[in-house]
Design a protein around this ligand. Sequence first.
Ligand SMILES: Cc1cc2nc3c(=O)[nH]c(=O)nc-3n(C[C@H](O)[C@H](O)[C@H](O)COP(=O)(O)O)c2cc1C
Length: 290
Amino acid sequence: MDLFDTLMKRRSIRSFEDRPIPPEVVDRLLDAANNAPSGGNIQPLSIVVVEQADARKELAEMVGRQPWVRNAPLSMVFCLDFYRVKRWAAAFDVEFLGERALGSFLIAYADLMCAAQNVVALAESEGLGSVYIGTIQASISRAREFFSMPDYVLPLMVLSLGYPKSVPSTIPKLATDVVVHRERYSVPSDEEISEAYETKYGDISDDVDTYLERAYIEAVERDRQDGPGWVADAVERMKKLDVKSNAEFLFNLRYPQRLMVGMNSRLIDAMRKAGFDFGRLGEGSDDGDA
Ligand SMILES: Cc1cc2nc3c(=O)[nH]c(=O)nc-3n(C[C@H](O)[C@H](O)[C@H](O)COP(=O)(O)O)c2cc1C
């Protein structure tokens, strides 16, 4: 299969066969990660490979009891790692202050995702499936402690991998021309925006099971693996919140926006504990936009 077809058929996989990934395949995935692009080629990242059952269980708990993390034979914890860089710089009496530079942080996070996405693409072409787990970001301190990470190391993304047992067929996407702008950003009208998302998610008044397969596959898959609970809970909350639109479903029910903002203090606290401090944003020398 050519690369385009491989990428077009890729789906996040949350149901894995109970069989290990051969070590030589794991090594290839890790080499692909390590060969990813990196800003300035500094490679400020580390990957913790998690295969042991008890660690998989603990990781699944950390990320909010996602059963596929426990059931996947392998997870990779992608960490932004300024620890190694700082030690290297210090060994040569050089100052490295990435932990205080938001720009360095953003580039390093981009590096980390480039590495992870190399793994996703190669995994797909090897007949494996994968799913990103972003909720590790709510448990940074706990994960740092569990994996014995030194200062300046932040576990920011998990990728769980294995041989797919089932592949979702109902995941909607925006039309490509909604996200593509040619030469200049073309500001869409309210109607165009609504139409784009309605086309993506479909009618909220559809049969609720069909709707949740499209809009909340995690709840459906969770119930399949850990027994009923999540779908019923989502349906109850839809009623309670009187959800009448796709936007309400996403931003009032799935990702309540005030709660997301409330997460800031937890994230900042975890980052401070790891030695990161950007001060007040805007502090320091400001040469304006480059
Ligand atoms: C940054 C990021 C974080 C994600 N976090 C989770 C997660 O915590 N749990 C999960 O089951 N899926 C997670 N996903 C997978 C998305 O739910 C999935 O990509 C999305 O539903 C689209 O489906 P697709 O990957 O099959 O195209 C994440 C994906 C990304 C890119």
